[in-house]
Design a protein around this ligand. Structure first.
Ligand SMILES: [Mn+2]
Length: 202
C-alpha cells in the first residue's frame, strides 16, 4: 500500500510469518489516517500469530481507528479495558503528527519500534506493558519531526538493530520502497511482521 497525499507520503507493508505454513493471516497491522492538519498513525502487534492473532488485531485496529481524533492515552486505556475480558493481548504504538508544526505526539505500550531518520536519527525506547493484560499509566511523549524526516514504526517481527548506515539512500527512496526493503531484509521468518513508513514532506 502506498499513498501520497498533502505533505505526507506513506506506506504500510505487512506479512504473516513465513515458517508457519498453516498461518496465512497476519496478527500485525497498521493505521494511517489524516484528519484536518494532522495525521494519526498506529502499529499493532497482537500476541501470537495465525487466525487468533489476526482476529484480535482487527478488533484493536477498528477500536483505535474509530478514536483516531481522541486523546491517545485515553484510547490506549479504553482499548485495554475493552479487550481484557478476551484474555488476549497486544502491543501498540499510537501517534499523531501535526503537519503544521512537525510535532509528533505518541503513546507506546510494549515493543513496537519507533525510529526517526533525517535531521535527527532517533530510536524511541520501548515502554513496558501488554494491552489487555497489564499496562502502566499511558505516557504521552513528544518528538519534533522536520520536513523530509522519515518515520519508521515496526513490530518485533522486524529485527530492531538496523540503522541509517544500512540505508545510505533512504532519503531518496519512496516510503513504499523503504517499507518493503525493511520487511525483506530485516523481517524475521518466525514472526508476523509489519512496517509503517511515513515521510513528512513540504
Ligand atoms: Mn510479533
Amino acid at each position: 500500500m502506498r499513498k501520497v497525499s498533502d505533505r505526507i507520503e506513506f506506506s504500510i507493508v505487512k506479512r504473516p510469518l513465513i515458517k508457519g505454513l498453516l498461518d496465512f493471516e497476519c496478527g500485525d497491522d497498521a493505521i494511517v489516517k489524516k484528519f484536518g492538519a494532522k495525521v494519526f498513525l498506529a502499529v499493532i502487534d497482537a500476541l501470537g500469530h495465525g487466525g487468533d492473532a489476526h482476529a484480535i488485531s482487527i478488533i484493536c485496529k477498528n477500536f483505535i481507528e474509530k478514536r483516531h481524533n481522541k486523546k491517545l492515552s485515553q484510547t490506549v486505556t479504553a482499548l485495554h479495558e475493552n479487550i481484557k475480558s478476551l484474555n488476549k493481548g497486544a502491543v501498540a504504538c499510537l501517534a499523531v503528527l501535526d503537519l503544521d508544526t512537525g510535532e509528533l505526539e505518541y503513546v507506546s505500550v510494549g515493543n513496537i519500534c519507533l525510529k526517526i531518520f533525517g535531521s535527527v536519527n532517533r530510536k524511541i525506547e520501548y515502554k513496558p506493558g501488554i494491552i489487555g493484560y497489564n499496562i502502566p499509566t499511558p505516557q504521552v511523549e513528544f518528538i519534533k519531526m522536520s520536513m523530509g524526516d522519515v518515520l519508521v514504526m515496526h513490530t518485533d517481527g522486524v529485527k530492531e538493530h538496523f540503522d541509517i548506515t544500512d540505508f545510505p539512500d533512504i532519503m531518496k527512496n519512496s516510503a513504499e520502497k523503504i517499507a518493503k526493503k525493511i520487511i525483506r531484509k530485516f523481517g524475521k521468518e518466525q514472526d508476523d511482521a509489519c512496517c509503517l513508513v511515513l515521510r513528512y514532506i513540504k
